[in-house]
Design a protein around this ligand. Structure first.
Ligand SMILES: Cc1cc2nc3c(=O)[nH]c(=O)nc-3n(C[C@H](O)[C@H](O)[C@H](O)COP(=O)(O)O)c2cc1C
Length: 477
């Protein structure tokens, strides 16, 4: 599978693609995408035929909502089971494995080129995703390609891109991101910062862009290694940056250190389900080239309150699981991040000694993969399926004595997007938050006396399904 079009064919074949035409980019695209995720419709949406963009331009959303889509994108055996998707990625997770990409002279992304006066970003679909967004966002599942001025190290990251005019956009780069380091490396030399942004591509490029890989890993080389095939790239005319040759749409330009202009970026509907960060002032990205395939498809990813989608779990849970195991902690049987990011971590263990559950929880909330913007770390026994919210809630009620099993840790890592940090605290630059550990395991020292649960035996369940399936579970209508 070499590009987005191959991926679309693969999900279409599995009944996970719906084409929708004539939809308005003002709120309708965002609204439908949110409803499809929230209602678990297990389908991506390919929006076609907009009124106010260049003819033929398209936009795709809900691209990685299901385990099937995520496993197909990552080249694993396709599965509709989220646990299997998380385990597949955990077993293959190697964040440092890379393979050189291949520079080629030409590729489909060069089918159409806008230069000089022709450059017009408003030709392409950029939705107003939710009602209080500060403007139209074209980059939500993007891949922002940058390099370090001194070392030449390359990075690909997902940073949202807001459209401000035909030749002007902004990037939202949070503190500490590799692209921010790259930007400073150019600004320190008083040189413009070169940027290329792929706005539509195979979803493995998007996943690599937001995977928080180590700074010395080039995500284009990481994608090549994951595919076991060099990713073909072309060189951008304006920046010489490598651009995936089969991308759908790419913008290229510079951010100038001496640009006196500041543009208001945001607010934007964030993964917490709020507009927590609000507005900031950004230097403009001046667009010098736009490259696109015939009938280009922009890829979009909108955050949906209360719903994570498969990508979020596959992006966060395997990494945390992996880091817990690498830390040498045994007995871990499942890790899930139930809400987007690591806001709600659920970890199951085969309890092996007194204090095991607290050790796991404190590690999970402190390791790099579990620390940023987390709220609850819940540890359950291994008879609880962490991929089933109902089971986790049942353990949190039936196996927890709140006065004993809750621990609150203060001064943890939060961020500007946190809706619950009071404005005065944010103004002082204090972005710390507290976190709760909930030990929902059966108390270790009297586990043998804990009442037996009443769950049906798995053998009886299998037997009854086989015996009465057609009468009770899948009756013919
Ligand atoms: C859908 C989505 C949107 C994101 N938007 C942003 C963003 O606007 N700004 C940002 O700094 N990080 C954003 N992130 C997180 C970064 O992409 C992620 O931390 C990435 O690994 C950063 O890479 P870097 O450290 O190599 O720069 C987003 C992640 C996802 C999944």
């Amino acid at each position: 599978m070499r590009d987005l079009r191959d991926f679309i064919a693969a999900i279409d074949e599995r009944g996970q693609l719906r084409r929708v035409s004539g939809v308005n980019l003002e709120l309708e695209v965002g609204g439908l995408s949110e409803m499809v995720r929230r209602d678990d419709l297990s389908t991506a949406l390919l929006f076609e035929e907009f009124d106010d963009t260049a003819p033929g331009t398209r936009l795709m959303t809900n691209v990685l909502d299901t385990p099937t889509q995520v496993t197909l994108a990552l080249g694993y055996e396709p599965t509709s089971d989220i646990r299997e998707a998380v385990v597949a990625h955990k077993d293959q997770l190697s964040e440092t494995e890379t393979q050189p990409f291949e520079v080629v002279d030409d590729g489909p992304v060069f089918e159409n080129v806008q230069r000089g006066d022709d450059v017009d970003l408003t030709d392409f679909p950029a939705p107003l995703w939710t009602k209080h967004d500060g403007g139209r966002y074209i980059g939500t599942a993007d891949a922002v390609i940058t390099r370090h001025a001194e070392t030449g190290a390359l990075n690909v990251g997902t940073y949202r891109v807001q459209v401000h005019g035909p030749k002007t956009a902004t990037l939202n780069i949070e503190p500490g991101r590799d692209a921010g380091v790259h930007e400073n490396s150019f600004f320190e030399r008083d040189e413009p910062f070169p940027v290329a942004v792929s706005l539509g591509h195979h979803p493995d490029i998007f996943m690599a862009g937001n995977a928080r890989l180590p700074a010395d890993v080039d995500e284009l080389e990481y994608v090549s290694a994951r595919r076991d095939e060099p990713l073909e790239v072309v060189r951008g005319e304006a920046t010489d940056l490598p651009i995936p040759a089969r991308s759908e749409l790419v913008i290229e330009g510079h951010i100038h250190p001496d640009d006196p202009e500041r543009i208001t970026e945001g607010p934007f509907a964030e993964f917490t389900g709020y507009y927590g960060k609000g507005e900031t002032n950004q230097r403009p990205l001046t667009i010098e080239r736009i490259y696109f395939r015939d009938a280009p498809i922009v890829t979009g990813y909108n955050n949906v309150p209360m719903s994570a989608g498969a990508m979020s779990a596959v992006r966060s849970a395997p990494k945390l699981w992996h880091q817990l195991e690498e830390a040498g902690i045994g007995g871990i049987t499942g890790v899930n991040t139930i809400l987007p990011g690591v806001m709600f971590q659920a970890i199951s263990i085969d309890q092996q000694y007194a204090g095991h559950s607290t050790q796991v929880a404190t590690a999970a909330m402190s390791l790099p993969a579990g620390s940023w913007e987390g709220r609850y770390t819940v540890v359950v026994d291994d008879d609880i399926d962490v991929f089933d919210k109902d089971e986790v809630l049942w353990a949190m009620t039936s196996r927890v004595e709140p006065s004993e099993d809750f621990q609150i840790i203060t001064d943890c890592v939060g961020s500007k997007i946190n809706p619950r940090i009071p404005p005065e605290q944010k103004a002082e630059g204090d972005l710390t938050i507290s976190r709760a550990i909930i030990d929902a395991t059966i108390p270790y020292h009297w586990k043998d006396e804990f009442p037996k649960d009443t769950k049906i035996d798995p053998e009886l369940e299998t037997e009854l399904r086989a015996k009465y399936g057609d009468q009770v579970f899948e009756p013919e209508t």
